[in-house]
Design a protein around this ligand. Structure first.
Ligand code: RP5
Length: 172
């Protein structure tokens, strides 16, 4: 069977980022978006980062999700070498709680944008959902699945609300 065209590349700076970035992969999987997951570091494997960025578009990739921690320049370095949209996920870190990664990823000087999401697993999940929303611009079927996902979230909150309201509340 022929492998489907990879639409989204998820990159991480280190294997230690895997658990977090795997959450992005899980969301893309839920939406059946063909994607790849790679470990490529802007400072430990700069040549591989360059080669990846320069060839991604011609391989048919539409979006890059790049997660890195500490002096997290992976997303910005990739964005500097491709016209593809790059979504940056700042990793939580032991020293500064991820504020280091957040600022390194989000504070791109004007000219080369990185769409930066929240620190850690919420960010990884949202990076994938943002990728889905962008791909859905040209894909009505995917758009319908994204709408259904949101609808399910709304129903889940309504269910929680009903359950909490039904709890006995002495004195109320
Ligand atoms: C970054 O440095 C990686 O993205 C990772 O978040 C951080 C620490 O990497 P390790 O020392 O755990 O490999 O390049």
């Amino acid at each position: 069977m022929q492998k489907e065209q990879t639409l989204v590349s998820i990159l991480m700076g280190s294997q230690s980022d895997y658990e977090t970035l795997n959450e992005a992969s899980a969301v893309l999987g839920q939406f059946a978006i063909p994607h790849e997951v790679r470990v490529i570091s802007a400072h430990r494997t700069p040549e591989a980062a360059r080669e990846f960025a320069l060839s991604a578009e011609e391989r048919g990739v539409k979006l890059i999700i790049a997660g890195a921690g500490k002096a997290a320049h992976l997303a910005g370095v990739l964005a500097s070498m491709t016209l593809l949209p790059v979504i940056g996920v700042p990793m939580k870190t032991s020293d500064l709680g991820g504020l280091d990664s957040l600022l390194s990823t989000v504070q791109m000087p004007g000219g080369i944008p990185v769409a930066t999401v929240a620190i850690g697993s919420a960010g990884a999940k949202n990076a994938a959902l943002l990728a889905v929303a962008i791909l859905a611009l040209n894909n009505p079927d995917l758009r319908a699945r994204l709408a259904a996902y949101r609808e399910a979230m709304t129903r889940a909150v309504e269910k929680s609300d009903a359950e909490i309201q039904a709890l006995p509340r002495p004195g109320a």
